[in-house]
Design a binder for this molecule. Structure first.
Ligand code: ZN
Length: 387
């Protein structure tokens, strides 16, 4: 929706010309997702220098800045938690639940998303959710994660704010030692609920201010512009929170303008539709506003028809500060490094651009200067030029 209207320059390398036989095979068998294992090591033709995504023994060090913790609820864990809480889901097994993950827009995804997360009730459930994500994120090269959570979706089911935050925090507090991943929490408000409900959630989170770095705005975008939440974000800023907001995923460029001017956000989540407005692109570029782009999510929710049509190359060429993220990876067929691999495979993103995207992820993160410098040095040492 919207993005499909943009005239995009396809950079897809025809699979017949693809020098990597494994990639060509994957492209033929699956238009978007890598296989669950993402391990497709095959011998390379003599003299061929494989791309960094394929030859690296370890994934690129990176930060994940757009990740909904409820969107990491894998079917296996959902069924386990449902059983533990005696809230059986109407699915025989994980495969049957996963088979429901066919979406045609954001709303069709949100319906399944909210239904499945309803199994989460206890601190243990939220702790299991966090440790499940961090385990996968570690394997995908994530060194720093800024994690969204949706308190209203739990509060309205009778789960107290304390249960959600204490459960997540029981894992996040030790994530650097246990998983080698520093973390921040970002509390998102559901824009399709009332601003009053969001303000109540904000107030109930104030005792946990030291655990939450920022507030965000998510859920069904169209018809719920940022301008409805000015008072809420003003209050959040006065309370010391940084601000981010989803804008320009399905909603028009005007929502991005509003997020910048009215909510005064530090980052735009998604933001793809900025490309429809040259003046907006110029502003985002001039002010170095980071965009947290989620390629697999955009394909799975129908914002773009196929990965080869994704506007990421145009966003990079426009000089925007773009990062790549996984959004709701349990539902969209891949975690963050799977996104990195797919944009190389289908969009012609070269090694230097991939390393630039990873660097952007640290530059755009809510890190201290010392942390940022440490991670950028790690990335420099990882890159071929740094060796
Ligand atoms: Zn999102």
């Amino acid at each position: 929706m919207g993005l499909s209207m943009i005239a995009l320059r396809s950079r897809r390398v025809p699979s017949s010309a693809d020098p990597h036989p494994a990639i060509g095979k994957l492209a033929a068998s699956s238009p978007t997702a890598l296989p669950a294992s993402s391990r497709f090591v095959q011998p390379h033709p003599k003299g061929y220098c494989p791309r960094i995504a394929d030859r690296r023994a370890a994934p690129i060090p990176k930060a994940e800045l757009h990740l909904h913790i409820e969107g990491t609820l894998e079917p296996e864990l959902a069924l386990e938690v449902a059983d533990r809480n005696r809230l059986p889901l109407p699915y025989a097994d994980a495969a049957e639940l996963r088979a429901r993950y066919r979406f045609h827009n954001l709303q069709s995804f949100l319906d399944v998303y909210f239904e499945t997360m309803a199994v989460l009730r206890t601190e243990e459930d939220f702790a299991d959710l966090a440790s499940g994500y961090l385990n996968r994120a570690r394997a995908q090269g994530v060194r720093h994660a800024e994690i969204f959570f949706d308190p209203q979706a739990h509060i309205e089911r009778g789960v107290p704010m304390a249960t959600v935050i204490d459960g997540l925090w029981s894992v996040l507090a030790a994530s650097e030692e246990r998983y080698g991943i520093s973390t921040r929490l970002i509390m998102c408000f559901l824009r399709d609920r009332s601003p009053v409900s969001a303000m109540e959630a904000l107030e109930s989170a104030l005792p946990y201010r030291d655990r939450i770095v920022a507030v965000g705005l998510d859920s069904a975008e169209v018809g719920h512009p940022p301008s409805e939440f000015v008072e809420l974000f003003d209050r959040a800023r006065r309370e010391g929170f940084r601000c981010v907001a989803h804008a320009g995923e399905e909603g028009p460029p005007s929502y991005i303008w509003e997020a910048l001017d009215l909510l005064r956000v530090a980052r735009i989540d998604h933001g793809n539709r900025c490309l429809e407005d040259p003046a907006l692109v110029a502003r985002l570029r001039a002010e170095r506003v980071p965009l947290t782009v989620c390629p697999l999510s955009n394909v799975r929710l129908g914002a773009v028809g196929r990965m080869a049509d994704h506007p990421l190359p145009e966003m990079i060429d426009a000089g925007l500060l773009v990062t790549v993220n996984s959004d709701d990876p349990a539902y969209f067929g891949g975690y963050i490094d799977d996104n990195y691999r797919l944009i190389q495979r289908d969009l012609g993103i070269d090694d230097a651009q991939l390393l630039q995207l990873a660097g952007n992820s640290f530059r755009a993160a809510f890190l201290s200067d010392a942390e940022r410098a440490r991670y950028l040095k790690e990335l420099e040492e990882y890159s071929p030029a740094g060796r």
